[in-house]
Design a protein around this ligand. Structure first.
Ligand code: G1P
Length: 271
């Protein structure tokens, strides 16, 4: 059972400048909800009951969004607009926050969550990746495999060769349809990617990952890379990858963000 999740949301969102100068990427609207709302819902729908969101100084909007607005609620009640209150829902689960003081990379953001996680397996969801699926939530698909295999497991999807240099890319052996035993992982390979299987921002880790994160020095782009910790983890324990069923949208890519917006149209509630 996976009870806890970390959502790292402290990055600068440089791919989406200039808007990210004032609006965090996680707060980009998808229909009438911000992107991170879908990811938080996915975690709770997958059975997680405590989420730690790692923010930075410029991300107070995220904290405000998941809080009650007493003024707004009083106003809607006074105006007999209770039906709007129902739409204005705050996810029903525990959300905690902590700050990453320096933007040292994804690996560093996860490392900050160690005390919150303690000694149990946990999930990581990257809020840039929105998954549209018709049945089982993306993270739940990984949790179901974790329950069977009891090893760390990374979400994957197949991407076009020219896009592989934007992602972590794995090398693995397929042990059953769509599930791989991982042998290697490379962050944003500039050439010779080991496969066409890219890391999608959903992970289940055993707490051993923290030992590997603690040893890291800056990697690709001068950042502490989660991928480097996974590479090191692979040497000491079995780690799987699983293709997540559903459509993945990387909202850090303007093209995919616009595609998602067009798809959601005016019916965000259907997500
Ligand atoms: C991160 C990870 C990368 C993964 C990607 C998924 O990269 O480092 O391995 O494929 O998320 O969205 P980022 O998008 O933060 O550059």
């Amino acid at each position: 059972m996976i009870r806890k999740a970390i959502i790292p949301a402290a990055g600068y969102g440089t791919r989406s400048l200039p808007i990210t100068k004032v609006i965090p990427k996680e707060m980009f609207p998808v229909g009438v909800k911000p992107a991170i709302h879908y990811v938080v819902d996915e975690a709770f729908r997958s059975g997680v009951d405590q989420i730690l969101i790692v923010v930075s100084k410029r991300k107070n909007l995220i904290v405000d969004y998941f809080d009650h607005s007493l003024e707004l609620e009083a106003f809607l009640e006074r105006e007999n607009k209770q039906h709007l209150l129902d739409q204005y829902t705050i996810p029903d689960g525990e959300i905690y926050y902590t700050r990453q003081p320096y933007a040292k990379g994804l690996g560093d953001a996860i490392r900050i969550g160690e005390k919150f996680i303690g000694d149990e397996p946990f999930a990581v969801l990257l809020p840039d990746d929105i998954i549209l699926e018709k049945g089982t939530p993306g993270l739940k698909q990984l949790i179901d495999d974790y329950t069977r295999f009891r090893s760390s497991i990374i979400g994957l999807n197949k991407v076009e060769p020219h896009l592989l240099s934007s992602y972590g890319v794995v090398k693995g052996t397929e042990i059953e349809a769509g599930t791989y035993k991982l042998d290697d992982i490379v962050e944003k390979p500039k050439q010779n990617p080991p496969s066409n299987l890219a890391v999608l921002g959903r992970y289940i880790f055993t707490p051993a990952i923290f030992r590997h994160l603690a040893k890291l020095t800056p990697g690709a782009g001068g950042e502490i890379q989660l991928t480097d910790a996974i590479k090191s983890l692979l040497k000491s324990e079995k780690c799987l990858g699983k293709i997540i069923a559903g459509q993945r949208f990387d909202i850090g890519s303007n093209k995919e963000y616009i595609k998602l917006q067009n798809l959601i149209g005016n019916s965000p509630a259907s997500l």
